[in-house]
Structure formats: C-alpha cells, structure tokens
Design a protein around this ligand. Structure first.
Ligand SMILES: *[C@@H]1O[C@H](CO)[C@@H](O)[C@H](O)[C@H]1NC(C)=O
Length: 329
C-alpha cells in the first residue's frame, strides 16, 4: 500500500514539475521592461522587409524609432507611413564615416539617456550560387555589408548603448547555422552568430543584452528570385566554356527551376513572425539569446543543424540539381 502511494506521488511530481517550469517560463517571458513604450531604438535597413515593418510596428506602440535607410526613396516612403515621432536617416553601413554621422544624429536625439536598442538588420544576399562560379569580390561585397557593417555599427554605437544599459538585436539567419548555398551570405551569417556570442559575453557585466534572430525563409528583398537569378545568369554567362560543359548545357535552367520551386515552397509571406521576435528582444524584461523565427526554422532547419553533416548534405542535394559530371566521380 505504502509503495503504491509512493509511486503515485513520484509520477505526479514527474509530470507536474516540467509543467510548472513551463508555466513559470511562459509568465516570465511575458514581463516587459518598465516604460518600454518610451524607449529609443535605432534600426538599420529600414527601406523594406523586416526593418521597415519593425520600424512601423514599434512606432505604432509609441517607441522613439530612428530608422536608417539606404535610399532616399526608402526613407521618404517610411516617413510618410509613420508618425512624426519616427525619424529617418540615410546610412550605408559599409561607410565608417557615414556610421559616425549616424551616431552623432542619434546622440542628439537621445541625449543623456543613451540608446536603448540597436537593431542590426541591414543585409544583402546577392550573389549566391555555386561556389565555383564566384570571384573573391562576390564574397567581399556581401561580407562587407552583412558582417563588417554589423561589427562597425555595433562598435560605434556601444558607448551610447552602455549609457542606457541597452540591447543589441542582430539579424542572423538559419543560414548562420547551416550553409545551404555558396557565396558570402552564409559566411556572413555564421560570422554574425559568432560576433554576437562574443559581444553578449563581453558586455553582460555592463548590463547590455544581446539577442540573435534566426529567421527561416521569408519573402523579402533578400529572397527576391528575380534579383538572385539575374545575378546568377551574369555569373553563368561569364564562366569559361569548359566549366559550363562540366555542369552540362541545361544546368543553369535546371538550377533556376529547382530554386524557384524550393523557394516558392519555403518562403513565408508573414514577416511579422520575425518582427515579433525583434520586438520581444527589445521590450521583454528577459529577452532570449536566440530566436528561431518561423516554423521552418524552429522545427526543421535548427534541429537539422544539430544532426551529422551527411544528413544536411543529403537535404541540400535534394533541393538543388547535380552537375552532369558527377557520375564520373
Ligand atoms: C556605400 O559606401 C561604399 C564605401 O564608401 C561605396 O563603395 C558604395 O558604393 C556605397 N553604396 C551605396 C549603395 O551607396
């Protein structure tokens, strides 16, 4: 009799404890920082996509948004769609002096309170494609924006962030966990992951929190197939004939077709899944270190990244065609 009661108690606890822990985590996850709706946030890459939606979303909640755009048109369109509280500025993250001027602008806006949030969102994807088709500058073009740009912006804004004991939110990608395609994009996102991990550990004693956003596939300028394919065609046409022959005459068309199909299948139009993660990282009392954004990221790509390489190699091979010469290997 005694044993039966004991084993009932043990089972009850075994079921109850994880449930209590989950509920506790859920409640804790919902706490906001005091006065979150009055904070000052600086976002890069607000011309379109995640940055643009995040700027409007935070502006709608009363935050003081400073939105950096690459183009005049991007800045004008965003200003027209937002409240007068939102400030736009032009920023090219590959230009250090330009970043310095942005710091001055932000410093005047925030005054003694310092900067609460920095969102490193600006990025580009093109050129991406088979590694052999690329030149060194095809890699550096992307790395300069997506990685060196993020580092430069972060270093220059750190004094203002330190003053406010603020937050850094870096947009990486599931392609920072899995290198699914050749070119600078995956390299840059792996770099953003590593930079963010070091930054988080180094700035924790000063009260600065760092979050990494890892979106799956979403419909933005980064996944625009017309841009990706126009550039891929440029790479293919400039290849020497013998290299083209080694892939096979129909390879380019097969590749584009397969890419169209996979991206059509994978890309979600609901980019608010990503901006909700960014907003949480900026306004929650306990921001998370990593946010997988989208079902594909949470339940497919990130779990896949923990499996042995032969599994992710298999998945990558299924998504893209093989060159005709592979049978000789
Ligand atoms: C950004 O700045 C770099 C370095 O000054 C320059 O080479 C590049 O053309 C600029 N890009 C744009 C889109 O203005």
């Amino acid at each position: 009799m005694h044993n039966v009661i004991q084993s009932h108690l043990a089972v009850t606890f075994a079921l109850l404890l994880p449930a209590i822990a989950a509920i506790r985590w859920y409640i804790r996850d919902r706490y906001k920082v005091d006065g979150f709706n009055k904070k000052y946030v600086f976002i890069t890459g607000c011309d379109s996509g995640f940055g643009n939606l995040l700027a409007r979303q935070l502006d709608g909640k009363g935050l003081h948004v400073m939105a950096a755009c690459l183009t005049e048109k991007g800045a004008a369109d965003l200003a027209a769609a937002a409240s007068p509280r939102l400030k736009t500025l032009l920023l090219n993250v590959t230009d250090s002096a330009n970043i310095g001027r942005a710091v001055e602008f932000v410093s005047e806006e925030v005054g003694e309170r310092g900067l609460w949030g920095l969102v490193n969102n600006a990025g580009r994807s093109v050129p991406i494609g088979p590694t052999e088709w690329l030149k060194l500058e095809d890699f550096t073009k992307v790395l300069d924006v997506n990685l060196i740009g993020v580092i430069d912006v972060t270093l220059q804004f750190l004094p203002l962030l330190k003053k406010a004991q603020g937050r850094v939110v870096n947009v990486a990608s599931i392609l920072g966990r899995l290198s699914l395609i050749g070119g600078g994009y995956c390299l840059s996102k792996w770099g953003v992951e590593a930079f963010s991990d070091s930054l988080r550990r180094d700035m924790r004693p000063f009260g600065i929190k760092v979050s990494i956003i890892e979106p799956g596939f979403f419909k933005t300028a980064v996944t625009r197939l017309d841009l990706i394919e126009a550039d891929l065609r440029r790479l293919w046409t400039s290849l020497p004939e013998d290299v083209k022959d080694s892939y096979g005459k129909t390879y380019f068309d097969d590749y584009v077709k397969a890419q169209d199909f996979s991206m059509g299948l994978l890309c979600s139009p609901d980019i608010s899944k990503v901006t909700r993660c960014m907003e949480h990282a900026l306004t929650a009392r306990f921001p998370r270190t990593r946010y997988g954004a989208g079902w594909d990221a949470k339940f497919f790509w990130i779990p896949l990244s923990y499996l042995p390489s032969f599994v992710s190699d298999y998945v990558t091979n299924v998504l893209l065609p093989s060159p005709k010469d592979q049978r000789n290997v």
